[in-house]
Write a protein that binds this ligand. Structure first.
Ligand code: NAD
Length: 465
């Protein structure tokens, strides 16, 4: 069994503590890794500050070159990284390859980004200019649903804007990210990118370390609140990309066949473990039964199994605690809802829950009101547009939403009234590196992607005189 080391100050290092990684498809331990202890963390933070003091003086061409070299290494090792990703996360191998491809595309995208200074006033005796100065050391804290892509989505903007970065993967999915550390150790200046293994004891220490300057956190809302408290002691700059309970609203005039098939596909992507996936569907009474039948027809085709089996279209849930939460939500929902498909917890190894479609639940059911983050989709009825807007907005979350209708103007009007950072029309999960995403309410703080997202990695600095 392999033991994965942390990347600290340019070297792959061992520590006094190891932690196992379990394959969620088999429940077998597949590898372990060294957990960053206090000493490793302190060395990493010191090295990150030294590296950053030099990196911030490099020009954009130097930074671009490094991102493209990392992209090339990732590309040359795509199969190995994707296999590790499938084994630790559970997703089908083709989706793991897709995640690595998306990461390569992100590295290419950010390699072209610039935060140039801007002039506000320029006269003979006055210049007022905006400059974007790197914060220093960025801590990137990563969840377990897209561990590789989210790691890169922090590394790339941090480096191009002149920061150094310390990545901390989730305890259950560190392998592909730690392997990346070993692959890039020789080409990255020591301390500029570091990757720390964590058994659950490292995140809080990293966030509260006085010499870490900016926190880029992706994870659940409850943990995001803890991170905000830890960051408060030094008033650190903070991005929180948190949970969602994203509604889709299907109006009576929607193309039912297309909307149902698309929504079914997207809601169950990565076995429902996508922050911006559709988590509850509101369907107009006039088309409710037809919509449900089509969703069931699509979901019934899914083949659940080990992600390394080419026949599998859907993998397990990533970890035991998420599995237990879903079993509890499912047990509760079966009491009051109508199970249209699935509803079983297969008696086999692995954290598998059958893809499940449930109709006619009340909005107060925990499966509807909470973020399920798994392969169980509630479909709810509505009659009136004002009523459905109010129901969609009745959540503490506000990440994304979608409106499905053949009347685009009406859909746009409804979209403007939904509390979500992004609302799609007749589509969902249309992500684009150039389109900013800014969560509402308890789904987070700050912006990712677009110019606004890049600016979150730099201090705005005005020189006036
Ligand atoms: P989590 O909150 O349990 O963990 C996220 C990360 O935070 C992990 O690396 C974890 O080790 C670390 N962590 C835990 N306690 C910490 C602390 N006190 N201080 C600092 N770090 C700490 O989330 P998860 O279960 O790994 O991921 C699933 C959640 O992430 C879901 O709620 C999902 O919606 C959300 N998510 C959001 C986005 C987004 O862009 N909005 C993207 C992906 C996932």
């Amino acid at each position: 069994m392999s033991t994965f080391g942390a990347l600290v100050n340019g070297k792959i290092v061992a520590t006094d503590k190891k932690h196992p990684v379990i394959n969620p498809s088999t429940e077998e331990v597949i590898a372990d890794f060294y957990v960053a202890n206090e000493e490793a963390l302190n060395i990493a933070v010191k090295a990150a500050n030294i590296a950053q003091s030099q990196w911030c003086n490099t020009d954009y061409d130097t930074r671009k070159k490094l991102l493209l070299e990392i992209a090339e290494i990732v590309s040359n090792n795509k199969n190995e990284l994707a296999k590790l990703l499938t084994m630790e996360q559970g997703k089908p191998f083709v989706e793991a390859v897709g995640e690595i491809d998306m990461s390569i595309a992100a590295l290419h995208h950010y390699s072209e980004q610039r935060l140039d200074s801007e002039s506000l006033v320029e006269t003979d005796n006055l210049k007022v200019e905006k400059h974007y100065t790197p914060y220093g050391v960025v801590a990137g804290i990563i969840p377990w649903n897209f561990p590789f892509a989210i790691a890169i989505s922090k590394l790339a903007p941090a480096l191009i804007t002149g920061n150094s970065v310390i990545l901390k993967p989730a305890p259950t999915t560190p392998l592909s990210t730690m392997r990346l550390g070993a692959l890039i150790a020789q080409i990255v200046p020591p301390g500029l990118v570091q990757i720390l293994g964590d058994d659950g004891s490292v995140g809080e220490k990293l966030v509260s370390h006085p010499d870490v300057h900016k926190i880029s956190f992706t994870g659940s809302t409850p943990t995001g609140k803890k991170v905000m408290r830890s960051a408060a002691s030094h008033l650190k700059r903070l991005n929180l990309e948190l949970g969602g309970n994203d509604p889709a609203i299907v109006l009576a005039d929607a193309d039912v066949a297309v909307s149902a098939a698309t929504i079914a596909t997207i809601a169950f992507l990565n076995s429902g473990q996508v922050c911006t996936a559709i988590k509850r569907v509101y369907v107009h009474n006039d088309v409710y039964d037809e919509f449900c039948d089509t969703v069931v027809g699509v979901v019934n085709q899914f083949v659940q199994g080990d992600g390394l089996d080419p026949a599998s279209t859907h993998g397990p849930v990533q970890n035991l605690s998420q599995y237990e939460k879903l079993v509890s939500l499912l047990t509760d929902a079966k009491q009051s809802g109508r199970v249209l498909l699935g509803g079983e917890v297969p008696n086999q190894n692995g954290y598998f829950i059958s893809p499940t479609v449930i109709a006619d639940l009340d909005d107060s059911s925990p499966l509807v009101s909470e973020e399920q983050f798994g392969p169980i989709l509630p479909i709810l009825r509505f009659d009136d547009e004002d009523e459905v807007i109010q129901r969609a907005n009745s959540s503490a979350y506000g990440l994304t939403a979608s409106i499905w209708s053949s009347d685009i103007e009406l859909a746009r009007q409804i979209a403007r009234q939904i509390d979500a950072g992004t609302v799609w029309i007749n589509k969902h999960l249309d992500l684009n590196f150039d389109y900013p995403m800014s969560p509402c309410k308890e789904s987070g703080i700050g912006v990712e992607l677009g110019d606004e997202g890049l600016k979150q990695f730099a201090q705005l600095h005005v020189v006036n005189g």
